[in-house]
Design a protein around this ligand. Sequence first.
Ligand SMILES: NC(=O)C1=CN([C@@H]2O[C@H](COP(=O)(O)OP(=O)(O)OC[C@H]3O[C@@H](n4cnc5c(N)ncnc54)[C@H](OP(=O)(O)O)[C@@H]3O)[C@@H](O)[C@H]2O)C=CC1
Ligand SMILES: O=C(O)CCC(=O)C(=O)O
Ligand SMILES: [Mg+2]
Length: 417
Amino acid sequence: MAYSKITVPQGSKITVNDNNSLNVPDHPIIPYIEGDGIGIDVSPVMLEVVDAAVSKAYGGRRSIAWMEVYAGEKATGIYDQDTWLPQETLEAFKEFAVGIKGPLTTPVGGGIRSLNVALRQELDLYVCQRPVRWFKGVPSPVINPGDVDMVIYRENSEDIYAGVEWKAGSPEADKVIRFLKEEMGVSKIRFDTMCGIGIKPVSEEGTKRLVRRALQYTIDNDRSSMTLVHKGNIMKFTEGAFKDWGYEIARDEFSAELLDGGPWMSMTNPNNGKQIIVKDVIADAMLQQILLRPAEYDVVATLNLNGDYISDALAAEVGGIGIAPGANLSDKVAIFEATHGTAPKYAGKNMVNPGSIILSAEMMLRHMGWFEAADLIIKGMDGAITAKTVTYDFERLMEGATLLSSSEFGEAVIRHM
Ligand SMILES: NC(=O)C1=CN([C@@H]2O[C@H](COP(=O)(O)OP(=O)(O)OC[C@H]3O[C@@H](n4cnc5c(N)ncnc54)[C@H](OP(=O)(O)O)[C@@H]3O)[C@@H](O)[C@H]2O)C=CC1
Ligand SMILES: O=C(O)CCC(=O)C(=O)O
Ligand SMILES: [Mg+2]
């Protein structure tokens, strides 16, 4: 397609087969969003680290043709002041199938709705996959951070997080409240004037497509359990239904059977005959469990808001959101992204940890089947951290560490590849 502000570089497109596998050319065009705030500090470092890994792994036979696309504050300068998420940015991610992004600002209370959420909704990126594991030497507030090795599958398109809500005192909020009281017989709204209203949609289809992907990941990666995390004791028809539908799909599509009379289930990994446990935990208890007994959890499937909270809490156990990576996936499109935000107080200071977006790029390379380059990134990160050459967030918690800027950390990662 013809783009107005995006310059398409020399290179070829990644294409997606009917069975959702990828055809990755040797010089793929990959769209990226730099991001607001600290995006300017971390995204250029990520590009350099990835280029170095690809060059070292394939000696020029392969390379990435990076294509900048715009969203957030940068888009308002390039398009016009009201264009935060240009249509052609969405088209580019669709056309090129694999991309990566830095963080984008969302004002609290009023102002624009989250561009991150909009991107996920517009492209139906219904899986938010966030692996959390410890790198040797990373400072941690827990005694055995090596026990933390989980992969979160967060539902990314539904829930109270989707932004179906109305402001207190607005005609819309008042109308919904009137409808609830007069037509639905609701008497439990404690204060019915000046009351904001939010809606929490959770569907069978939305839940099942997420849990199906989580179970398949569990099988493909030889993981030992998949835990459904929900607050179904209180929100019975949304979070409770998520749990029920999750078990249902394990039974119907993966031949899981009740374990000791249920509700936990057991299924067999068809690749190696090993047992996989399918279980559930209530969300508040889970936040305690991941601190006290992380070794008991492996793949986690949960709703949108729970997944947001749990992923930051888990990240804190293994060094913080400065190095926690993530991916947003549909069946056809994948956008990898840092899990942290725009950290405005550090923007432009070349201070923050670029690890989150670098490790997101590492996930992207694996998704493309470029395993050798992905392995080099892990080796480089491992090497830089083990040598205690780190950014401020790690340096302040490590004894005898050398403080590096964002770009110097990138150089250290490259040196250790
Ligand atoms: N996917 C996305 O694009 C996301 C966007 N956001 C948006 O970002 C904005 C700011 O959100 P906020 O709640 O402050 O969260 P942030 O993640 O931006 O920052 C919170 C704190 O986390 C630490 N931190 C974040 N990134 C890094 C990094 N790369 N290296 C080291 N430390 C880091 C810093 O801690 P310390 O001060 O201790 O050094 C920082 O003050 C909001 O508009 C929010 O909506 C938020 C999350 C995700
Ligand atoms: O969109 C935002 O501003 C926040 C999103 C977020 O915190 C997340 O997805 O982890
Ligand atoms: Mg978050």
